[in-house]
Ligand binder design. Structure first.
Ligand code: 5GP
Length: 180
């Protein structure tokens, strides 16, 4: 697969595979939280937006959709997991069931930071739902309660995931073969 003749992309997950899996996840989450009151879905900007939209549309539950924006500190090594909140939640999550929606759990450092941060706000529960899991690259062992697909150690794009802001809008997930 070629896009704008720049990078070689190899499709790993098709649109149909992604959509079928997101439906299954939504059914599982609906079952697990039914009768538990209003759920707060916290989508991590910007990569998880496509996943959050598709998943939330299929939930049969009362929920609030909220967003949290993060970025690495300028100059800090990404491997240290020092991130900064660039857009905070609008909702108060005290005594709420919170489900964090992430595009990909790679080293786990970003999510680890976010979990620690959100826990200080005393939600009644906090779980993680990641579209992709890349366990081979994990540095911090964080619990991923729900995940869409587990992938080997590759750089992937599409379905919200970018390479220098490109490819987010692909409906498939593809490995970027020759990043440049
Ligand atoms: P972490 O390594 O902290 O688990 O992942 C942090 C963030 O890096 C993810 O939320 C995602 O935005 C980005 N990331 C990690 N692996 C990949 C990848 O394979 N492709 C893309 N496009 N982004 C990634």
């Amino acid at each position: 697969m070629k896009q704008e003749a720049d990078h070689h992309l190899e499709v790993l997950l098709t649109r149909d595979q992604i959509q079928a899996r997101v439906t299954q996840l939504a059914e599982e989450i609906t079952r697990d939280y039914s009768g538990a009151g209003e759920l707060v879905l916290v989508a991590v900007l910007r990569g998880s937006v496509y996943f959050a939209v598709d998943l939330s549309r299929r939930l049969n539950l009362p929920f609030i959709l909220d967003f949290i924006g993060i970025s690495s500190y300028a100059g800090a090594s990404p491997s240290r997991g020092i991130v900064r909140i660039t857009k905070d939640l609008e909702s108060n999550i005290v005594h709420k069931n919170v489900l964090l929606l992430e595009d990909i759990v790679d080293t786990g450092l970003t999510l680890n930071y976010l979990i620690q941060n959100l826990k200080t706000r005393n939600p009644s529960s906090l779980r993680v739902c990641a579209f992709l899991d890349m366990p081979a690259r994990r540095i911090v062992n964080i619990p991923v309660d729900y995940y869409g697909f587990s992938l080997p150690d590759l750089y992937v794009v599409g379905y919200g995931l970018d390479y220098h802001e490109r490819y987010r809008n692909l409906e498939v997930v593809a490995a970027l073969k020759d990043p440049k």
